[in-house]
Design a protein around this ligand. Structure first.
Ligand code: ADE
Length: 251
């Protein structure tokens, strides 16, 4: 997958995609991330990309002309791709969106800055994305978040495909609790089921815990789940005082 990022602050991205899973995916050619300086498309000797808002008010607004020129150039260079603007008024970014975008051969991410884009350029965007209900100084960190989340969804980037399927949000639930050695730490043990080597019991326990955790921490997500009768039984088990495996339950 190719990801083009248009930004006024290209240096922000230096090194960010070099490490860990993302770095390996880039080196193996699974993702091709290209950062393009927006300033290159600015107008006049000063490469101007912004101006004061009509009607007054604080800050600067990104001019439509440079963005249109940049998008024309980017579209001509490679496969057709949706243009995605990172901005606070966009659609909330979530795992479903990450999974769907990761199926595309290419996306173009446009990072906003200042007071945002001139409204007349917005029809150029195929999608506007927000990473949360807070305002950042620009779209650079959101673009990094989007690239990271997308790259995990590209087959081959994460070594073990099961680990993606078991991620929080992948199937609409939060992830189940995890434990590692030592089995006893500061007098706190681990659920016995994880030590008896019975694979299907472990899978069931994890599903019950994931459902319980989702119900407790994210009732909004829980309400959207379409629970099978087996899920209801596993959730019951997770809630049962006899299986007090998770001190977080406060039981
Ligand atoms: N730019 C500024 N704030 C943002 C947000 N919350 N999401 C995406 N882009 C942004």
């Amino acid at each position: 997958m190719r990801i083009d990022i248009l930004t006024l602050l290209p240096a922000t991205f230096a090194g960010v995609f070099d490490e860990s899973i993302l770095g390996a995916a880039r080196r193996s050619g699974l993702i091709d991330v290209r950062v393009h300086p927006f300033r290159d498309y600015g107008e006049g000797r000063h490469r101007t990309v912004d101006d004061a808002p009509f009607g007054g008010g604080p800050g600067m607004v990104l001019k439509p002309g440079p963005l249109a020129a940049a998008l024309t150039a980017l579209r001509q260079d490679g496969l057709p791709a949706p243009v995605i603007g990172l901005m606070p008024q966009g659609l909330p970014f979530d795992q479903t969106m990450a999974r769907e975008l990761a199926r595309l051969p290419r996306v173009i991410l446009v990072c906003g800055r200042y007071e945002g884009f001139d409204e007349r350029i917005l029809p150029e965007f195929d999608l506007q994305i927000s990473i949360g209900d807070y305002v950042l100084t620009g779209g650079e960190f959101p673009a990094m978040v989007v690239v990271d989340a997308l790259s995990r969804m590209i087959p081959g980037t994460v070594g073990d495909p099961d680990s993606v399927r078991e991620d929080s949000f992948y199937d609409g639930t939060l992830d189940h609790p995890q434990y590692t050695r030592p089995a006893t730490w500061q007098a706190r043990g681990i659920p016995a089921v994880l030590r008896d080597g019975h694979h299907s019991r472990i899978t069931d326990w994890r599903r019950g815990e994931a459902l319980w955790r989702t119900a407790a921490h994210r009732p909004d997500l829980f309400r959207q789940l379409d629970l099978a009768p087996r899920d209801r039984a596993l959730l019951q088990d997770a809630l049962s005082p006899l299986t007090q495996s998770n001190p977080d339950k406060g039981a």
